[in-house]
Design a protein around this ligand. Structure first.
Ligand code: SF4
Length: 178
């Protein structure tokens, strides 16, 4: 039953904080666009009026990693650029998700070259891969919907209960692993 029906019938709804946070995260993902090469044009179409990603609450492209929770890597990633992509990913707050858009980002594509990373999952976690060269904007919308589904099933972290010294040692571990 829809929320509106519940309200009309009962006059009130009950829920939990977790459910509200999950609902908000799921329906208002803010993308951090990384249009590194030609796939970037399709990513712009995904955001534009024809495909209208605002229907999914994700029209707010922030261009600031600290305000984003969805990284879209659209294009060929060279080893030189991979450090920048990783840094942007690290600057995004948790919880966060990543779409690898197009064959170049997912596997290196046609670029079997010493300079091109053969898949961004070699250095960041990927939640959805979009196939194609270039992928259609509808395919990116499908990836977004799959991630929304995942976010809807992820228990939100409301309070980080770790002690400051534990957080510090986690960072130390990540730095040591390179
Ligand atoms: S997948 Fe195709 S369109 Fe996308 S960046 Fe690679 S070559 Fe360009």
């Amino acid at each position: 039953m829809a929320l509106g029906d519940d309200l009309a019938k009962q006059g009130f709804v009950t829920t939990t904080v977790d459910a509200v946070v999950q609902w908000a995260q799921k329906n208002a993902m803010w993308p951090m666009p990384l249009g590194i090469s030609c796939c970037g044009i399709e990513m712009m179409a995904f955001a534009g009026p024809r495909f209208d990603v605002s229907r999914f609450g994700s029209e707010v492209f922030r261009f600031s990693p600290r305000q984003c929770d969805l990284l879209i890597v659209a294009g060929t990633v060279t080893y030189k650029m991979s450090w920048v992509v990783r840094k942007i990913w690290d600057q995004m707050p948790e919880p966060k998700w990543c779409i690898s858009m197009g064959v170049c980002a997912s596997t290196g594509g046609m670029f079997r070259s010493y300079s091109v990373v053969q898949g961004i999952d070699l250095f960041i976690p990927v939640d959805a891969y979009v196939s194609g060269c270039p992928p259609r904007p509808e395919a990116v919308i499908k990836a977004l919907m799959a991630i929304q589904e995942k976010a809807g099933n992820t228990k939100p972290i409301l309070i980080d209960s770790r002690k400051p010294e534990d957080i510090k040692s986690d960072f130390g571990k990540i730095a040591a692993e390179g």
